[in-house]
Design a protein around this ligand. Structure first.
Ligand code: NAD
Length: 350
């Protein structure tokens, strides 16, 4: 039978991206829904063929332990709720797929990893780009076709609509844990690490003063630098108050890579520019058959559990990004002074 997921939190990402993606899964299906709004759960349950006995609220969620149709819980809630629901899911004897950012503190991430180990269950973080063939092509080119990687530039941003509930919790520190960096900049942080296959040893960051009172609790716009032992440097920005942007530029000694968009849902692209083409991005963009990142991600955990194969995006991977983000916030809140992140290089190739 297919690997069964319970989806916890029926907000925008769950409803618009994840639930429809099950249609293209080979090994996974949705078997339960968990929501604070039972009518919404009923409506979606009807659409996806899930019976009332597999609909849960946040309060009676722990009963999921007795639901044999549920193998894993996929947590798609505001960031500060990730840790508690992960622990509850492990206590219920389920595997966990948890959205990015993994949690709002390093301590929470550690608790989640420990709970998974204690339960003997897998913990995966929702880094969908790890399942994007364009990203895989970019990583391959970064390893083989640009010479020595020197400089990464990465920018991620979007406009905020304060009337939309999906943005309201993002503006509230107690629910989000931070602003543009936690929500969007994390793609640049994680992406720089997989592009270089290396962890930074020092970070620095500056948070710009908010341009609107709605951003008073969180970073509206932040810029940062990450330095690597190899000599490479990544610099990036994230903003909640710009026209949408999602891009990577990787400059090597012999060639450059450009991804724009880099981390979108469906239409990422990568182009490769060699010496001699310095002013024209003339080499073809790599057109790669679109793969549904969401379905591939859902299947990946199912396959990993069935065959006991390693996960592409582990809790440790998620925790490293949260640690780096916290170090950037520490720098930003102390006059942008450099903060050492030389915690040892444990990365493996994705
Ligand atoms: P959303 O606001 O649209 O959905 C969140 C859901 O959580 C809503 O159904 C809301 O009712 C529910 N919820 C439960 N308790 C809540 C509380 N105390 N306050 C507010 N809402 C509460 O948000 P979203 O965009 O779906 O994001 C959810 C998670 O998914 C976040 O962690 C986000 O970072 C992540 N996400 C990931 C991607 C990706 O591409 N991987 C994309 C979007 C969102």
């Amino acid at each position: 039978r297919k690997f069964g997921y319970a989806i916890v939190g029926l907000g925008k990402y769950a409803v618009n991206q994840i639930l429809p993606a099950f249609a293209e899964c080979e090994y996974a299906k949705v078997t339960a829904l968990v929501s604070g709004d039972i009518n919404k759960a009923r409506r979606l349950g009807k659409h996806y063929g899930i019976e009332e006995s597999h609909l849960y609220t946040y309060d009676n969620f722990d009963k999921i332990a007795q639901d044999p149709e549920v193998d894993a819980v996929y947590i798609i809630l505001p960031n500060s709720l990730h840790a508690d629901f992960t622990e509850r899911s492990f206590r219920a004897g389920k595997h966990v797929l948890c959205e990015k950012p993994m949690a709002v503190t390093v301590e929470e991430c550690q608790r989640m990893i420990t709970a998974g180990k204690k339960a003997g269950k897998k913990l995966m973080i929702g880094y969908r780009c790890h399942f994007d063939p364009v990203t895989h092509k970019a990583i391959e080119l970064a390893r083989t076709s640009i010479g020595k990687p020197q400089i990464i530039t990465t920018d991620n941003g979007d406009n905020t609509d304060p009337t939309d509930p999906t943005y309201q919790w993002r503006l509230t520190r107690s629910l989000s844990g931070g602003g543009a960096l936690m929500d969007l900049g994390i793609y640049g942080v994680n992406g720089s690490r997989y592009m270089l296959n290396e962890d930074p040893i020092e970070v620095q960051a500056t948070i710009m003063p908010p341009s609107d009172p709605m951003f008073r609790e969180i970073d509206e716009t932040i810029v940062w630098i990450m330095k690597y032992r190899s000599g490479a440097v990544a610099h990036g920005s994230a903003s909640f108050n710009v026209n949408a942007m999602s891009r990577f530029n990787l400059q090597g000694t012999d060639a450059s890579l450009r991804m724009d968009p880099a981390t979108s849902y469906w239409c990422n692209s990568v182009s490769h520019c060699t010496t001699g083409d310095t002013h024209t991005w003339s080499t073809p963009m790599f057109t790669i058959p679109a793969l549904n990142q969401f379905s591939a991600q859902l299947d990946h955990l199912a396959i990993s559990v069935a065959n006991n194969t390693p996960l592409a995006a582990t809790g440790e991977e998620g925790m490293q990004d949260v640690r780096l983000i916290q170090a950037m916030y520490q720098s930003a809140h102390s006059g942008s002074r450099p903060v050492s992140t030389d915690w040892g290089d444990w990365r493996k190739t994705i």
